[in-house]
Design a protein around this ligand. Structure first.
Ligand code: DC
Length: 220
């Protein structure tokens, strides 16, 4: 028997990660955010001080990247090459380069191999930008989450503001508009709604309500 994959794609701050985590818990699946795989590679790129135009060097990092996710009751820890990197995945240094690194075709090819191998022996929920469209186009359940730009910006602002009170909503909004545009117009694997995906606009839904909506489709 093969394993099952549920894909969840969507723009930044569309709630993919909270929703993916809760849905996985309810279904007893493993959850993995593919953005974290791109981010994990960036940690090693930074440590090795690789130039971002050294494509062969960057690809080597992803080809040698061993990813493991260990789930506990309420949290999960993300391991790269045996090291727990959970706390540094979202550091500013990584965030600064991940968009550029993940737009490189050869990096995406190497990451695809990791993404596919992770689902070999486990039922999996994977979130990202191209999971239903490129990585698992035959997945039984494919979802696309979205929400109004202002609402996504407010969610992101609330997260950032907790750590840094000088953050401005207007700046978060404008950088989100810019990132949406970059993610949807890039040449390689742009963000798009996978064919046949269930689209859920969760502008006015909580995480629990969004998951309930998805479970309705899964149980239908
Ligand atoms: O979701 P995130 O911010 O952690 O993703 C980090 C970067 O990786 C982001 O710039 C988009 C990119 N990404 C991607 O291109 N494809 C994916 N499946 C997941 C993330």
């Amino acid at each position: 028997m093969g394993t099952e994959v549920i894909t969840i794609d969507g723009p930044t701050s569309s709630g993919k990660n909270s929703v993916g985590f809760l849905l996985a818990k309810k279904l007893g699946y493993q959850y993995i955010d593919s953005g974290s795989i791109y981010r994990a590679g960036c940690i090693f790129i930074l440590r090795k001080k690789l130039h971002l135009d050294n494509i062969a060097g960057l690809v080597k990092v992803y080809k040698n990247l061993a990813i493991e996710v260990k789930a506990y009751d309420h949290i999960q820890r993300f391991f790269a090459n045996g090291e727990d990197v959970t706390e540094i995945l979202h550091s500013q240094d990584v965030t600064k380069i991940v968009s550029q690194v993940s737009a490189i075709r050869e990096v995406r090819e190497a990451t695809k191999v990791i993404q596919r191998s992770l689902t070999k022996d486990k039922n999996m929920i994977m979130t990202g930008r191209d999971i239903g469209s490129e990585i698992f186009p035959d997945a039984k359940y494919e979802f696309f989450l979205t929400a109004a730009t202002e609402i996504r910006a407010k969610r992101r602002f609330d997260q950032l503001h907790q750590k840094d009170s000088s953050v401005k909503y207007e700046e978060v909004l404008s950088s989100m508009i810019e990132r949406d545009k970059r993610d949807s117009t890039r040449e390689v694997s742009p963000l798009r709604i996978p064919e046949g995906a269930v689209v859920i606009d969760n502008s006015n839904l909580t995480v629990e309500q969004t998951v309930d909506e998805m479970l309705k489709h899964i149980n239908a």
